[in-house]
Design a protein around this ligand. Sequence first.
Ligand SMILES: [Zn+2]
Length: 304
Amino acid sequence: MAARDGKSSIPAAVCAGGKWTVITGKMNRSVRAGSWVGRAELHLSTLTPTQESSGDVRAFTVRLKFHADLDFFLGSRERAGTVARGLGERTSVKDVIESCGVPHPEVDLILVDGQPVNFAHVVEEDRMVDVYPVGFLSTQFKKDRLQTISVKRFIADGHLGKLARDLRLLGFDVAYNPHAQDRQLLQTMKTENRALLTRDRRLLMHAVVQTGYCPRSQNADEQTIEVIRRFDLFDSIAPFTRCLRCNASLQKVTKADVIEKLEPLTKIYYEQFRRCTGCGQVYWAGSHFSKLQKRLEQIRGQFL
Ligand SMILES: [Zn+2]
């Protein structure tokens, strides 16, 4: 799929007046996961006149079944069953799937008439397509999986500040700049080989994104659980090892190293300190520590 100016053209098809029409739609860049209401509200910038399909490809229908929680991305009417897409030209299965609103990084397995395929697979006649998220049917089709499971480096978009902080608290490397433009976000993602965390499905559909995740919940605590589950992070949790402010790693230091920066009561009551190797922020096991312990218990409760 060609990407232009941070947007991607989504080939889609509709049945108009009994004839199949191929259209090119651009989804509104501002549409976010929580407000998705289906293709009816896509902003279609280009609409070609109705025409019978020409050449050697006849009009055909692709039926798609989105399994498990992938129906999160569908319109309410489509969630109940199979989504049908009428097409008039050869189209990659990736484009057909994304025309339904499901970003490719969310798709781990595609079966076309029961056979596993990759994103570049072209459909050109009637087909039944089963689409699975990460973790579903985990013991089957192992070599045909499309996503990387275990990722340890992330970049969060500007709306996920609480999630970024929460993941850093657990020791995960999360780049976050609330002022970054999408282009910068994608550039950092690519050059630093990070997985993209965003609830902006259009951003997640960008052709340059290889690994990413759209948190379903709008609650940061629940989002953290989702990310730990999606990227199999539970065994890598390492609290108090990363700076909440700048994401650099923390280093153990002696009290003497940091005593000039401490408040009077901190000097009296605490003996163990860590300092950020990036911004110099000093951390100690103060009141945040018990909150963190409680939070860790909650997280462990979700997985054990
Ligand atoms: Zn720092």
